[in-house]
Design a protein around this ligand. Structure first.
Ligand code: MLT
Ligand code: ZN
Length: 464
C-alpha cells in the first residue's frame, strides 16, 4: 500500500512525475560521495514553479523532508537522501527562459547544466565565466546551492558574483523573487546572497538570472614543472605581478601519475614534484613576451625546472586535461576529500604544516594534492588502500580532518572552500565558523524553514 503522504501528494498534483522504482531511488538518492546508502521515499520531478511550490507546501503539511537535487556531482553529501526524504529533482526544469542584451543576463531554470549555460551565453557572443570539470553534468541550481568556484575564480570570482536574480521557493512555501536582476539595490538584507551557498537548507532555487560578460582576450596555456613546494607561491607571486592571469592551478607528481594512467598525454619529459597549469591573457606579442620573461626569471631563480606553452587549442586542451582529469582518475580509489581554503598569503606556512600532518598521519597511504592554489584553495584526496574497509578508512580520515580543521582554525581558513559542508564536513564546521555565527545561521534557517523540511541534517544538525 502506498505511503499516505505520497498518496496525498499524488491527489494534489495528479500530473506530477513521481518515481519509486528501486533503481531510481538509488540513482537519485546519492551524489559523487558514494558513502551513504540511498534510501529516499520517492523522487519528484516537477516541471514548473507551481509544482515545486505545491510540493513544498505539502511537505510542510505532512512534515516530509525534501532533498533538492541537481546533477548530484557534489562531493560533500549535500544531495544525499538516506532517510526517507522526497528527492525533488529539478532535471526537467532545464530551459533557458530568456536573454537580455541590454542587461547582459541569461535567465534559466535550475536544472540546466553549466555546459548548456556556457553554450547559451556563447550564442550571444558573451560568456558565463564560472567553470569547472563537472560542467557537463552539474546543474546551475546545484552551483548556486554550493556557491561553486572552479578554475576561473582567480579572474572572475565564485558563483555568487554572477547571480543577478533568484527565484526561491522558501522552506515555508513562499515564492521569493530576489533582486530581480538589479545591479544596485540598497534596500536591506540581500536574501539572494543568503540563499546562495545555503546547500538547499533555506529553499529550492527555481529560477536564476545570471550575469554574462565579454569573452576574455586570447590566451595562452602554460604547464610548468617545479622543483619544490616553496616554488609554487614564488612562481604565483611573480606571474601574478606580470601577467593577467585567467587561471593558476597546481597538482603533484602523484596526481600526474594517476591522470596519465587514466589516458592523458605526458607533456614534459622529466619528473617534477609539483606542476602548475596557468592560463593568461596573450593578445599580442608584448603579452607573450612578458610571459616568456616571467618564465625565464622564475627559472633563473630556480623556481621552475621545465615548462611548455601550448601551441594550439588542442595542445591547450591536453594541458588542461592533466589538471581537470584528476578527479575522474581518482574516483575508483574512493578518495576521502578535503577541500580547504586560506588567505593566499597564508598558503606557504599552511602547506608546510599540512605536509607534516599528512606524512605523520597517513603512513603508507597515497595522498594526492591539487587545486586552485591561486585562490588559496587546496584539494587533498586520500586514497583508500585496497585492503582497508571503507568504514575504517573513513574513520581514520575523519580523525585527521579534526586535526586539519584545528590547523585551519589557527590560520583563519575554511573547512570548505567550494564543495560545501553537506554531510561530510558537518563535524568540523564549528572550527572555522564561530558559535555565534552558527547560532545565527540556525536562526535564519528557522525563519525560512520553520518546520525544518529543507535538506535536514545537511550543513548543521537542527537542535532536538
Ligand atoms: C576540482 O577542482 O577538480 C574539483 O573541485 C573537484 C575535486 O576537487 O575533486
Ligand atoms: Zn576544485
Amino acid at each position: 500500500m502506498e505511503n499516505q503522504p505520497l498518496a496525498a501528494l499524488r491527489r494534489q498534483l495528479p500530473s506530477l512525475r513521481l518515481l519509486d522504482a528501486a533503481g531510481d531511488l538509488e540513482h537519485y538518492g546519492r551524489d559523487w560521495t558514494r558513502r551513504w546508502t540511498p534510501a529516499p521515499l520517492a523522487i519528484a520531478l516537477p516541471a514548473s514553479i507551481d509544482e515545486v511550490q505545491t510540493i513544498v507546501r505539502w511537505a510542510n503539511a505532512e512534515r516530509v523532508a525534501l532533498v533538492p537535487s541537481g546533477g548530484r556531482t557534489g562531493l560533500s553529501g549535500g544531495a544525499v537522501a538516506a532517510n526517507g526524504e522526497l528527492v525533488v529533482s529539478l532535471e526537467r526544469m532545464n530551459r533557458v527562459l530568456g536573454f537580455d542584451a541590454i542587461d547582459r543576463t541569461l535567465t534559466v531554470e535550475p536544472g540546466i547544466t553549466l555546459h548548456a549555460v556556457h553554450e547559451a551565453a556563447r550564442t550571444h557572443g558573451l560568456i558565463y565565466p564560472v567553470d569547472f570539470a563537472a560542467r557537463g553534468s552539474c546543474s546551475i541550481g546545484g552551483n548556486i546551492a554550493t556557491n561553486a568556484g572552479g578554475i576561473r575564480v582567480i579572474r572572475y570570482g565564485n558563483t555568487r558574483e554572477w547571480v543577478a536574480g533568484l527565484k526561491l521557493v522558501a522552506g515555508n512555501g513562499e515564492l521569493l523573487d530576489l533582486n530581480r536582476g538589479l545591479i544596485k539595490n540598497s534596500s536591506g538584507y540581500d536574501l539572494r546572497q543568503l540563499a546562495i551557498g545555503a546547500e538547499g537548507t533555506l529553499g529550492i532555487v527555481v529560477e536564476a538570472t545570471l550575469k554574462l560578460t565579454d569573452p576574455p582576450l586570447p590566451s595562452q596555456v602554460m604547464l610548468l614543472g617545479l622543483p619544490n613546494m616553496d616554488a609554487l607561491m614564488c612562481v604565483f607571486g611573480l606571474f601574478r605581478s606580470r601577467l593577467a592571469l585567467q587561471a593558476f592551478e597546481f597538482f603533484t607528481d602523484i596526481a600526474l601519475a594517476h591522470v596519465l594512467a587514466h589516458g592523458a598525454q605526458r607533456a614534459l619529459d622529466g619528473d617534477h614534484p609539483y606542476y602548475v597549469v596557468t592560463e593568461y591573457d596573450a593578445a599580442d606579442e608584448r603579452a607573450e613576451n612578458a610571459a616568456l620573461m616571467a618564465f625565464e626569471e622564475a627559472a633563473e631563480q630556480g623556481w621552475i625546472a621545465d615548462g611548455v606553452i601550448a601551441q594550439s587549442d588542442a595542445q591547450a586542451a591536453a594541458l588542461w586535461r592533466l589538471r581537470e582529469g584528476i578527479t575522474e582518475s581518482l574516483a575508483k580509489f574512493q578518495p576521502y576529500k578535503n577541500d580547504v581554503s586560506m588567505r593566499i598569503a597564508v598558503v606557504p606556512a599552511f602547506l608546510h604544516e599540512m605536509q607534516a600532518l599528512l606524512e605523520r598521519e597517513y603512513p603508507g597511504i597515497e595522498v594526492v594534492w591539487f587545486g586552485h592554489i591561486g585562490d588559496g584553495n587546496l584539494h587533498i584526496n586520500v586514497l583508500k588502500p585496497a585492503a582497508a574497509s571503507s568504514a575504517d578508512f573513513v574513520r581514520q580520515c575523519e580523525g585527521v580532518t579534526h586535526e586539519l580543521a584545528e590547523m585551519l582554525q589557527r590560520h583563519g581558513g575554511s573547512i570548505s572552500a567550494e564543495h560545501g559542508i553537506g554531510l561530510v564536513k558537518k563535524p568540523y564546521l564549528d572550527r572555522t565558523r564561530s558559535a555565534a555565527e552558527i547560532a545565527l545561521m540556525r536562526g535564519v534557517r528557522r525563519v525560512f524553514d520553520p518546520n525544518g523540511i529543507m535538506n535536514p541534517g545537511k550543513l548543521f544538525d537542527d537542535p532536538a
